[in-house]
Design a protein around this ligand. Structure first.
Ligand code: ADP
Ligand code: MG
Ligand code: MG
Length: 368
């Protein structure tokens, strides 16, 4: 059944769909979720909080709850969601934020977003068998979100008022991994969890908001070598984009590994494993990661069977162009997106699929 009971909230919904007004989005919802108590099991758990499914104004939503003592990532995340022009099909839809006091005398911070029943890409890859078409669709859509996140959009308002203009600051995610990408019902992805994201200032430097410029935040398994050895120049915003691309390389490897290779569907690669599953422990420490990434320069293994198919071959090449030791040698998000978009359209051509065929296939697959 449902994980959470229904909230009887009289909460003010901040904004409808479409382009959000950052002022309205950032405004804390005045009437809190009140006496709502979530029962059963949370739908997700991260390092800082729990995510619950709830009903809010007649709509099923996801609510991420964190204790106010862990407020830093919450304020960072709400601040990112308030970014002008961030709204995008492949960025998790933000609905609002709120806080409430819970019985044991502490305050809980709540972040309300659209709810995606298929959960994270991690959850999805662990239970679903995917083929080339689905893999390309998942990855290409996630990349649309990541490109939108990474890119700054310049724009000048005829009124000279920046807030009225079509501009968007560049953002680096800093915690890219399959658990922070959600799968929507149509088997496209959206990017989530902006608790560690940073923005670019107009001078190209990193805007850390009100938080300290900590280097080693994020998930150790996905940390780029320059983060593990702390050689990254944190004031240079583009350094964080390059670290994101490194993590994306590992994510592409994880997806590629799940794609069946060869003519028949063998069991090859159908079982999801996170990058470095075979060389590090379940929750690796910094030293352990630094040893394999910086000293031994290990990267996930390339399956030679991938070279038999242009799609998996293309992804194999892409991975290694993302996780280079030298950050400046890595591809940009835009470049990666272009390559994956081409690989996806090649599959569609190869399978001679029409738009309607794809719709039917996706519907079939997502309704299973
Ligand atoms: P944290 O910052 O604590 O890591 P996340 O925002 O990553 O929190 O959420 C934790 C987990 O909860 C995700 O990995 C995912 O499995 C699940 N989750 C988060 N948001 C949603 C959502 N909107 N719909 C469905 N599942 C979600
Ligand atoms: Mg997370
Ligand atoms: Mg987080």
């Amino acid at each position: 059944g449902d994980h959470a009971n229904t909230t009887t909230s009289a909460i003010d919904e901040t904004s409808g769909s479409g382009q959000g007004d950052p002022e309205v989005l950032l405004r804390t919802i005045t009437k809190d979720l009140g006496k709502t108590c979530f029962t059963g099991q949370p739908i997700g758990k991260g390092r800082y909080g729990e995510v619950w499914k709830a009903s809010f104004k007649g709509r099923i939503v996801a609510i991420k709850c964190v204790k106010s003592t862990e407020g830093e990532s919450f304020y960072r995340e709400t601040n990112i969601y308030a970014t002008n022009m961030l709204r995008h099909l492949n960025i998790l839809d933000f609905i609002g934020s709120d806080m409430r006091s819970v019985c044991h005398g502490y305050t809980e911070l709540l972040l309300i977003t659209a709810y995606h029943p298929l959960g994270s890409l991690y959850d999805f890859l662990r239970v679903e068998k995917i083929d080339k078409l689905i893999a390309a669709r998942l990855l290409n859509s996630a990349l649309s979100g990541l490109v939108h996140l990474h890119c700054g959009i310049d724009g000048h308002s005829p009124f000279g008022d920046q807030d009225q203009g079509k501009y968007k600051v560049a953002i680096a995610h800093r915690d890219i991994k399959s658990r922070n990408i959600l799968v929507k019902k149509d088997l496209t992805c959206c990017v989530a969890d902006f608790g560690m994201a940073v923005k670019r200032n107009s001078d190209g430097r990193t805007d850390f908001g009100n938080s300290l410029p900590k280097i080693k935040i994020g998930t150790r398994r996905y940390m780029a070598p320059e983060i593990l050895n702390e050689k990254i120049n944190v004031s240079d915003f583009s350094a964080f984009q390059k670290a994101d691309v490194y993590a994306l390389g590992l994510l592409i490897w994880e997806i590629t590994r799940c794609v069946p290779v060869g003519k028949e569907f063998s069991d090859d690669g159908l079982f999801y494993e996170p990058a470095f599953f075979d060389v590090v422990s379940a929750d690796p420490q910094f030293q352990e990661m630094e040893g394999i990434i910086c000293d031994r320069k290990l990267r996930p293994t390339h399956n030679s069977k991938w070279d038999d198919d242009p799609f998996t071959k293309g992804l194999g090449k892409l991975q290694s162009d993302c996780w280079c030791d030298d950050p400046s040698a890595r591809l940009t998000m835009v470049r990666i997106k272009k390559t994956v978009a081409r690989l996806e359209s090649d599959i569609i051509d190869e399978m001679k699929l029409t738009g309607q065929d794809i719709c039917d296939l996706i519907t079939l697959k997502s309704e299973k």
